[in-house]
Design a protein around this ligand. Structure first.
Ligand code: ATP
Length: 482
């Protein structure tokens, strides 16, 4: 019997393990469900994604500054922000299988099934009911029954009631494990930004409209993590709070939605795989006047990649009231005191990295065979340039090493390989998305000319070593997805 073809996600997971992007965490102890470690290529990929975000959001702008706040803050932070009371998901248990699910995810799964079968009217009707049931456990439970949703493991509809489950990880500060010493691992980086609003305002000479950006780890005790690194309990976020005069809220909301969407397409994500989904009024958090998700069409369906939210003056006002520190802005020109409104683009670095990987993956049919190629934007590719001696003799390895050092000095990430036939070496680089391979041959030693092979077109060009760096930089900046 023929082996079943692995699913696309299985292919991605196995490529990640084999080539050193992502490993299951604690693997030698049998793993720890849905937790992952990033290997040599994975860590480079994450760095590229973070750099691409930081360089455009902070470095290239004069109106955004950075911050790196602590993961464990004064626990009052999370009481004030509403996370202690309200950062919870509706969960439901199946009594037969003892499996626990997010109630809203079960309903979303049913909607996706309807969509897949082309039953768009039923999908829309159920979506509407889900929106109306959000935040109401009884209504959510009733909807699960009404939609006839069964447990994917046991196949029964033997459900418990829907209950709220707080997603924050708790810990204790110091030696005593008492209620007085409880602290929380941050579930988002945003609150650290609000706590530092005054510090940044006073030290950075910024004034609204301006932003404070942060990249860092967040922790959520997700009930149903899954889909590889799409949803994990520990992940990195890239968030920016952009503080604006209240009257400019709409203008900046429009601006950041477009800027964030364009960031993905400029870095090579196919536009037809992305969509902007505006939240319905019933889906909005109570303090939000508008929210949109940038969604990507994953192999498991459309999913949120990033959210852009209008958070009004909610957070600053709440922290002002609870702390007694006035978090307002005084405009010396108009002599006006006001609490700025906030536009927040919030994305997950790991989810972005997964999206770049999935979107880049192609199995290209060639004349004689198929090649696996990751068509990463050169800025996102973990290795920018591989360097090969054509053969392992006659001074070629030494020359190749010299070229590798030259590129490394210019902070280009390189990989040296002298094993196997040149064609195989190209393919190994295609599979990890390296946009350029440079080969040193016998003539290079006398004419100082190397061959540059391009990943996407597989075309080869002769380039002088003295012009190589400029050539690669120009090729990178002129890149577009084929
Ligand atoms: P969801 O509805 O999927 O749980 P969310 O709306 O709660 O997500 P936000 O709080 O808006 O997510 O977080 C901003 C971004 O952080 C998300 O768009 C996503 O990219 C990322 N993110 C959130 N939760 C996780 C997670 N558990 N694992 C990986 N990334 C996450």
């Amino acid at each position: 019997m023929a082996k079943p073809k692995p699913s696309f996600m299985d292919t991605i997971v196995s490529l990640c393990k084999r080539r050193g992007f992502v490993f299951p965490a604690s693997e030698i102890y049998g793993g720890i469900g849905n937790t992952y470690d990033y290997g040599p290529l994975g860590v480079e990929l994450l760095r590229r994604v973070k750099d691409a975000w930081w360089s455009r959001t902070v470095t290239a702008r004069t109106d955004v500054v950075g911050l790196d706040s602590a993961i464990i803050q004064n626990p009052q932070t999370w009481i004030t922000s509403g996370h202690v009371g309200g950062f919870s998901d509706p969960l439901i248990d199946n009594k037969t299988s003892k499996q626990r699910y997010r109630a809203d995810h079960l309903i979303e799964g049913k909607i996706a099934k309807y969509e897949k079968k082309g039953r768009s009217e039923q999908a829309a009707a159920l979506q509407e009911k889900l929106n109306a049931a959000l935040g109401d456990n009884e209504a959510m439970g009733a909807l699960i029954a009404e939609a006839g949703i069964k447990c994917p493991i046991s196949g029964t509809d033997d459900w418990t009631e829907v209950r709220q489950f707080n997603l924050m990880f708790k810990t204790y500060i110091g030696a005593l494990q008492s209620e007085d010493n409880i602290a929380y691992l941050r579930p988002e980086t945003a609150q650290g930004i609000f706590l530092n609003f005054k510090n940044v305002l006073e030290s950075s000479r910024q004034k609204p409209p301006f932003g404070i950006a942060q990249i860092g780890k967040s922790f959520r005790n997700e009930i149903t993590p899954g889909n590889f690194v799409f949803r994990t309990r520990e992940f990195e976020q890239a968030e920016m709070e952009f503080f604006v005069p209240p009257a400019e809220e709409q203008q900046w909301y429009d601006y950041w939605r477009k800027a964030r969407f364009d960031w993905y397409t400029e870095l090579g994500i196919r536009e037809e795989k992305l969509r902007m989904r505006e939240h319905e009024a019933s889906e909005l958090a109570h303090y939000s006047t508008a929210t949109a998700d940038i969604e990507y069409e994953y192999p498991f369906g459309w999913g949120e990649l990033e959210g852009i939210a209008c958070r009004t003056d909610f957070d600053l006002k709440r922290h002002s009231e609870a702390s007694g520190t006035d978090l307002v802005f005084f405009d010396p020109q108009t002599k006006e005191h006001y609490t700025p409104y906030v536009i927040e683009p919030a994305g997950g670095i790991n989810r972005m990295a997964l999206t770049f990987l999935i979107d880049a993956y192609e199995e290209e049919e060639l004349e004689k065979d198929t090649r696996v190629v990751l068509r990463f934007h050169p800025e996102i590719a973990p290795i920018t340039c591989a360097v090969f001696p054509l053969v392992k003799k006659d001074g070629m390895p030494e020359k190749a090493r010299e070229i590798e050092a030259l590129l490394g000095k210019a902070r280009m990430s390189t990989f040296y390989d002298e094993k196997a036939a040149i064609g195989r070496r190209y393919r190994r680089q295609d599979e990890i998305g390296t946009p350029f391979c440079v080969t040193v041959d016998g003539d290079t030693l006398s004419d100082d000319v190397v061959t540059v092979r391009h990943r996407d077109s597989m075309q080869q060009e002769k380039v002088k070593v003295s012009e190589l760096l400029t050539y690669l930089i120009e090729s990178m900046s002129g890149w577009s997805r084929q």
